[in-house]
Write a protein that binds this ligand. Sequence first.
Ligand code: ZN
Length: 162
Amino acid sequence: MLDIVTLGDDILRQDAEEILNINGEIAQLSQAMLNSMYNGDGIGLAGPQVGVARQIFVCHAQNDEPRVFINPQLIATSQEQIPYEEGCLSIPGVWGDVIRPATITVQAVNEKGKLFRLDAEGLLARVIQHEMDHLKGVLFIDHLNETARNKLIKIYERKHRT
Ligand code: ZN
């Protein structure tokens, strides 16, 4: 099982590097990331969260299938923006409402090296945007206003004080 890094680790704040060579190692990494995601009861997990600062994430939203995104690019986002409560395996135990576009079109390469384009809505659109943020060093708490963010960080720190 891959270890999931948590808030405070510098790798969560780095720009992830493009993956130039999609090989067996990347396919293996995808599977290991899916396993770690399921193990943590998450629906998405990005490379930086397992200490790999490369442009890859996996997700499995309810009523959907497991998916792997490599070098993803947002092609379009809806004008309509909606709030949804988000959490993150790297900030366990806290949740906050984040406003994002309701629907998106994303293009990426899968673990077999195949380019694909996907229109997503609902939870799938949400998790894809959350995971794409991770590849730019952005966390969901960055989308909250300062008061909400500080409150959430305080709760997080209280929960995880050793
Ligand atoms: Zn996350």
